[in-house]
Design a protein around this ligand. Structure first.
Ligand code: APR
Ligand code: PHB
Length: 383
């Protein structure tokens, strides 16, 4: 089999890249290890920056997002029970679940996606033709291609294919995770509420006007089976300001899980004919809601580069992909690390660390300049 671009991974990055390449007339095949149902079953954040909103529209898949998404022009920040709203000014974000973005991209897919592709392996990335081998329904297959896009997430095969001497990684693993609960109840507030409390971080988010998503910071050693719904709701209330806690509408959890937090970047993002994009290239702590938005920016940059190669025979885009994507990646890593450092408890930083967090919160909530900077980073930096 032969195609121009093989995309490994049918998450948001792989599906969006596939759609953009389709629109540019570039043949591509997506190889996805899991089933479509499994991919859709993943519960992920869904706060879309303007850039991601525009990209969904450009890919022709934005209609349902505009119909069902919730437009937000600010967030609430709470520090030890004190609540402040940060207004985004003329900026905004769209709350629209990543599962729905993935579903819309799946439905719009015109080219081939092979679900259940096992043992995907990458060969000859540095020759004039790359090869990808995989097994499907018991049979071995091989695809020859010009380029491979590694959109296979943090634990994928693409980045692991690269010789360790050819790649540099930067990482910070946080000593805590997020215990998340999905509940069929209206959100506690019209906008997201990010809370810092001496007991730990909490977040009140949503998926729609009838389905809410809540998180509390827990030690990474915690086990989800040790957290009954009642224990979760009590802990969440304890970390929120009194009015928000009193307004909380609880109910039986329809999903409950603990996710670790890490900051991670791999450099460079190009290795011969292999390009890394999305979680295969970087991870951000979810505090700044940057994961999906960064993945969208990566694949927009890569699609433009590959279009320039096939349409004008120009290699400038593919040569510059890594540097251009990394500029945005590191700015998002910085903001996500800063927001995580502000809102979570870090016992190892002691009483001085907590007073610095208080000072940071006071500066942010009383400085218009600081709030404009927050809005610029949270709603998405311009390209
Ligand atoms: N072969 C084929 N497919 C693979 C392999 C493999 N060896 N390894 C992983 N995959 C698939 C996974 O099953 C998954 O569907 O690659 C896909 C990667 O998708 P994501 O993990 O969602 O990553 P990405 O598309 O980059 O989206 C980033 O998702 O994880 C969130 O917070 C993150 O919001 C961000 C977004
Ligand atoms: C979510 O709704 O899951 C969510 C929202 C904002 C974040 C992280 C997660 O910063």
């Amino acid at each position: 089999m032969r195609t121009q671009v093989v995309i490994i991974g049918a998450g948001p990055a792989g599906l969006m890249l596939g759609k953009l390449l389709e629109l540019s007339g570039i043949d591509n095949i997506i190889l996805e290890r899991r089933s479509a149902e499994y991919v859709l079953g993943r519960i992920r954040a869904g706060v879309l920056e303007q850039g991601a909103i525009d990209l969904l529209d450009a890919a022709g898949v934005g209609a349902r997002m505009h119909r069902e998404g919730l437009m937000h022009t600010g967030v609430e920040l709470s520090f030890d029970g004190e609540l402040h709203r940060i207004d985004f000014g003329d900026r905004k974000v769209m709350v629209y679940g990543q599962t729905e973005v993935t579903r819309d991209l799946m439905e719009a897919r015109g080219a081939q996606t092979i679900y259940g592709a096992e043992d995907v392996a990458v060969y000859d990335c540095n020759d004039d033709r790359a090869r990808v081998a995989y097994r499907h329904e018991g049979a071995a297959h091989e695809i020859e291609c010009d380029f491979i896009a590694g959109c296979d997430g943090f634990h994928g095969v693409s980045r692991a294919t690269v010789q360790p001497s050819d790649i540099t990684t930067y990482e910070r693993v946080y000593p805590f995770g997020w215990l998340g609960v999905l509940v069929e109840q209206p959100p506690v507030a019209d906008e997201l509420v990010y809370a810092h409390h001496e007991r730990g971080f909490a977040l009140c988010s949503m998926r729609s006007r009838t389905r809410s998503r809540y998180y509390v910071q827990v030690p990474i050693t915690e086990k989800v089976e040790d957290w009954s719904d009642d224990r979760f709701w009590d802990e969440l209330r304890a970390r929120l300001n009194p009015d928000t806690a009193a307004a909380l509408k609880t109910g039986p959890s329809i999903e409950k899980s603990i996710a670790p937090l890490r900051s991670f970047v791999a450099e460079p993002l190009r290795h011969g004919r292999l390009f890394l994009a999305g979680d295969a290239a970087h991870i951000v702590p979810p505090t700044g809601a940057k994961g999906l938005n960064l993945a969208m920016h990566d694949v927009k940059t890569l699609a433009e580069a590959l279009t320039g190669f096939y349409r004008q025979g120009s290699e400038a885009g593919i040569d510059g992909y890594s540097e251009r994507a990394l500029k945005r990646i590191w700015l998002a890593e910085r903001f996500s690390w800063w927001m995580t450092s502000l809102l979570h408890t870090f016992p190892e930083t002691g009483t001085f660390g907590r007073r610095i967090q208080r000072a940071e919160f006071d500066y942010l909530t009383h400085s218009e300049v600081a709030q404009r900077s927050f809005a610029e980073n949270y709603c998405g930096l311009s390209d």
